[in-house]
Structure formats: structure tokens, C-alpha cells
Design a protein around this ligand. Structure first.
Ligand code: ADP
Length: 495
């Protein structure tokens, strides 16, 4: 569906060649190179993006450092709070445009990108509420003698934000928000597959009165712009979200100057359905726990554990539900699932579908790429594998596509053992009407977020993070804001 047939107007922002935001100016990459921003639903080129390399990253980091040491450092908490509120109001005003650009750029249906409005606004307001966190000073008189002790917090400095393509609006705000709340400055590198909303957001930041250099945006490839940021001596903190392989490289590269690092990586989360669950809620809840955003969510509940007594009924109902989902160009407001992001991702998902079959899992639904009028995009049916064993590749590796691995279990202990038998620990779901089961399982699952009788709910004030290979560092909540601050103790002998 082209933009014309959807009845929507193409945002004026889409098209042309986009530049880098460095020191408050829109500039070309030093090399003059650019690359395409592609709509994964149609294969159309939406815009050209400046291709930043190490030299551009140097400029952006220098601009961020200059801004950090400049007038921005004198801004009061309430100045920063007012800036965040002005940004909030502009984002609210332009939200329809932002969600449309996100849909065009990374494929998630309008049903999803529009649905994230209240979350995004809450995220910004949460950070607006945190601007005083770096002023927290405690004074104690616990030492013998006449001492006064102050505990002071100060912004860590220049932050490098390296984000993925699966939900750029939300991902960028974990970094923008914490940066602006604490008085840090940042260089944001959006993913090469979905950079447009970060650039449009940067325009809104400037319109709201952001001082030059406080936020800089460099578009480009991970191996060029991303790696240049990761080992840059002028960067004090890295906030990374992406794959474990890249996360490992980032952590290694960051060790040169011992940058503060947070890495939010993948997941292979269990979603456990007990035989007393309300299946009218559990079936759509579990299915959308996997298929939302076409499975491209790190916290997706891709390992579906179902108690044996209800296993057949559950599989039947999940299959019927999956069949009812509408797949297509997300500009159609009825569409539930858009394409995956790229040809590379399509091939990766189809490879896992093949491996699932080869290893003996049964395909209850889906498993095919969609052709016909969707052939020019990267569309895959929601896919339900049943009879899965937890040792199979599709139960162990993160697919990042619409593929559910459904497996039976007998007892509470079996479910817990299978749930924790994974290298990851980002999230877990539990469907039961038994309070004791819910509490015991919530304690038992080794993961950073547990959802009981729901999936995917998120509160920016609470935040989230992972266990094990899912990485470290909490995103959102006061803990994250604190991780953008240095602590300092001042002991004064008052004589
Ligand atoms: P995916 O494979 O799903 O694209 P990545 O972890 O590779 O996930 O990408 C997440 C982000 O990390 C993107 O912005 C990407 O450009 C960036 N990136 C990729 N490789 C590197 C690297 N070697 N150093 C720094 N950033 C990187």
C-alpha cells in the first residue's frame, strides 16, 4: 500500500538527503558519503542518510564535550526540566508525524507506532521529573570529631547512545531522557536500518531550545560510526542496546578509558501457561507476546511453555488466533503485523524456520514468506512451532522474528527448570489464576522483568534490565538516571 492509497500524506520530512547534527549544525559527512533509508514494507528509498565515519564521530564527540563544559553546565535543574517539558509538548503535537515516519522507516504498523504515544510521553515526563537527581546531597555527622560530609552527584560527561532499529522512538528516549535530565551531553547513533525518527526528533529538540552540541546525531554503520564511538577516548559512558555479539565488542572497546557501560542485549524469554489460566486472555496475550513488532522485540516471549493438560487446546487456539492476524503494510490501520526490517533479517528468520523443521519441531502455522502484492517487502507469516524441546536451536537462539516455540511441561518444577535453562534472562511471563504459583514463579525465573497475566507492559519509572547474557544496566527508573552520574564524597573538618 503506497502512502497515496492509504489516504495519508507523506511527511514533508521524508525524502532528500539528511545530514548529521553536530554542534547544533546540520552537516554532511566529511567523506560526502550517504546511504539509503529503505521502507521494509515496499523496498522504496525514503531518504538518503549521511554516512558518518570516525572523523565525523570525532567532531561530534568534540562538540558534545564543548557543550558539556559550556553554558549547559550552568543550567539549573528547573531549566532542564522546562526544556524537557517543552520537548514533551512538541513531541505530543508532532506525534502523528513521528509515528508515521517510524512506520515507514522500520515497518511496524501504525496500530503499534501510534499505540506507543502515551508510553513515549510518559517516558519524557519521567525524565522531566528526574532533573533534580544530580543535586541530591546528603549531609551526615556520623564521624567522630567535627565533620560535615557531603555526598554530591555530577553528570558523567559525554554519553554515546548506540541503538537498534526495532523501536527507535522508544530506544532513543532512554538515552535522550537520561542525558538531558542529568546534564550530560550525548552523541546518538541510530541504527543504519532505521534512523529517520532520531533525525526528526533532533529537529524538535532544537525547536524546543536545546543548546548546540548537547545532543548530536550521527547516522552511519555500526562498524564505522558505532565502533568509532565505542572506543573513543572522549566518551565517558556508553548506552548500548542490540545484539550480544555487538554488545561484547562494545564492552571490549570501552575498556580503553573504562567508560561506564550499559548493554541491553537479547532474550529468549519463557511465557508459561498453567492449566488454571484464563485462556481467553492467555491465548492472545501469549501470541502477541511473541508476534508484536513481528517478533522484533528483545523481551518477546518466544518460548511458550504450556502445561500438558491444556496443551492441545492451547495450541489449537493459538493457531486460530495467529491465523486471524492481518499482515501487511503498516499504513493500513487494520494491519497487526508489518514486515521484518531487512532482507538480512528475513533470511535469518527463514533459516531458523528451516532449522526448526530439520530438528523435528512441528509447524502448526506459518513459516512462509508472503508473496503477491507483499513480495517487494520482507513479510513473514506468524509462525507457531509445536512439540519443541528446549534443547532445539529455535528454543535456544534469539530469532528476532515472528516465531513461537511451543513446548509442554508437567509440573511447576519442570516449568521453572525449562524457563531458566537459557543463556538469557530479560523477561518472563506467567499465566495462572493461582496467587501462590504467580509469586513463586516470579521469584524463581531468573530474568529482569516478569509479567503475570499480561505481557510487554512497561513503566518508565520502573524501567527494565536483564540477567545473564541479556546484559547489564537498568533502563528507566531512578537507577538508570543514577548511572549517568558520578558520585563524590566531600569530608570537611570544621575544626
Ligand atoms: P543487529 O544485528 O540486530 O542490527 P546490532 O547489535 O548489530 O544488531 O546493532 C545495534 C546497534 O549497534 C546499531 O546501531 C549498529 O549500527 C550498532 N553496531 C553494530 N556493530 C557495531 C560495532 N562493532 N560497534 C559499535 N556499534 C555497532
Amino acid at each position: 500500500m503506497s502512502i497515496a492509497t492509504s489516504g495519508l500524506e507523506m511527511p514533508a520530512f521524508v525524502g532528500g538527503t539528511k545530514r548529521l547534527l553536530i554542534g547544533g549544525e546540520w552537516v554532511q559527512a566529511a567523506s560526502g558519503k550517504a546511504f539509503d533509508a529503505v521502507n521494509p514494507a515496499t523496498g522504496e528509498v525514503l531518504a538518503r542518510l549521511a554516512q558518518a565515519e570516525a572523523v565525523d564521530v570525532d567532531r561530534a564527540v568534540a562538540a558534545a564535550r564543548k557543550a558539556f563544559e559550556g553554558p549547559w553546565s550552568q543550567w539549573s535543574h528547573s531549566d532542564r526540566q522546562r526544556l524537557l517539558i517543552r520537548i514533551h509538548d512538541l513531541v505530543e503535537k508532532h506525534f502523528d508525524e513521528l509515528s508515521l515516519i517510524e512506520t515507514l522507516d522500520m515497518g511496524a504498523p501504525l496500530m503499534r507506532t501510534r499505540g506507543l504515544k502515551s508510553f513515549l510521553l510518559q517516558q519524557i515526563l519521567f525524565y522531566a521529573s528526574q532533573t533534580a537527581s544530580c543535586s541530591v546531597q546528603t549531609s551526615a555527622n556520623a564521624l567522630p570529631g567535627n565533620f560535615s560530609t557531603l555526598k554530591i552527584k555530577a553528570p558523567v560527561g559525554v554519553v554515546a547512545g548506540i541503538i537498534p532499529w526495532n523501536g527507535p522512538l522508544m530506544s532513543q528516549w532512554w538515552i535522550l531522557g537520561a542525558t538531558l535530565a542529568t546534564g550530560c551531553t550525548a552523541v546518538l547513533k541510530p541504527a543504519e536500518d532505521a534512523s529517520l525518527t532520531a533525525l526528526r526528533m533532533a529537529e524538535l529538540l532544537l525547536e524546543a531550545g536545546l543548546p548546540p552540541g548537547v545532543i548530536n546525531v550521527v547516522t552511519g554503520f555500526g562498524t564505522e560510526a558505532g565502533s568509532a564511538l565505542a572506543d573513543h577516548p572522549g566518551v565517558d559512558r556508553i548506552a548500548f542496546t542490540g545484539s550480544p555479539e555487538t554488545g561484547r565488542k562494545i564492552v571490549q572497546a570501552s575498556s580503553g578509558n573504562f567508560k561506564r557501560v550499559s548493554v541491553e542485549l537479547g532474550g529468549k524469554s519463557p511465557d508459561i501457561v498453567f492449566d488454571d489460566a484464563d485462556l481467553d486472555k492467555a491465548v492472545p496475550g501469549v501470541a502477541m507476546g511473541v508476534f508484536t513488532n513481528t517478533g522484533q522485540i528483545c523481551a518477546a516471549g518466544t518460548r511458550v511453555l504450556v502445561q500438558r493438560r491444556i496443551y492441545d487446546e492451547f495450541v489449537e487456539r493459538m493457531t486460530v488466533f495467529s491465523r486471524s492476524l492481518k499482515i501487511g503494510n503498516g499504513l493500513d490501520p487494520q494491519v497487526n503485523l508489518g514486515p521484518v526490517i531487512s532482507q538480512r533479517q528475513l533470511e535469518r528468520v527463514m533459516r531458523y524456520v528451516d532449522i526448526g523443521g530439520q530438528e523435528g519441531a512441528e509447524l502448526a502455522h506459518g513459516g512462509r514468506r508472503l508473496g503477491g502484492e507483499l513480495a517487494s517487502g520482507y513479510f513473514i507469516e506468524p509462525t507457531v512451532f509445536t512439540g519443541v524441546h528446549n534443547e532445539m536451536t529455535i528454543a535456544r537462539e534469539e530469532i528476532f522474528g515472528p516465531v513461537a516455540a511451543v513446548m509442554p511441561f508437567d509440573t511447576f518444577d519442570d516449568a521453572l527448570r525449562i524457563a531458566n535453562d537459557t543463556n538469557y534472562g530479560l523477561a518472563g511471563g506467567i499465566w495462572t489464576q493461582n496467587l501462590s504459583t504467580a509469586h513463586r514463579m516470579s521469584r524463581g525465573i531468573q530474568a529482569g522483568t516478569i509479567w503475570v497475566n499480561c505481557y510487554g507492559v512497561l513503566d518508565p519509572q520502573v524501567g527494565f534490565g536483564g540477567y545473564k547474557l541479556s546484559g547489564y544496566g537498568w533502563k528507566g527508573g531512578a537507577e538508570q538516571v543514577d548511572s549517568y552520574l558520578y558520585q563524590k564524597a566531600v569530608y570537611m573538618n570544621l575544626g
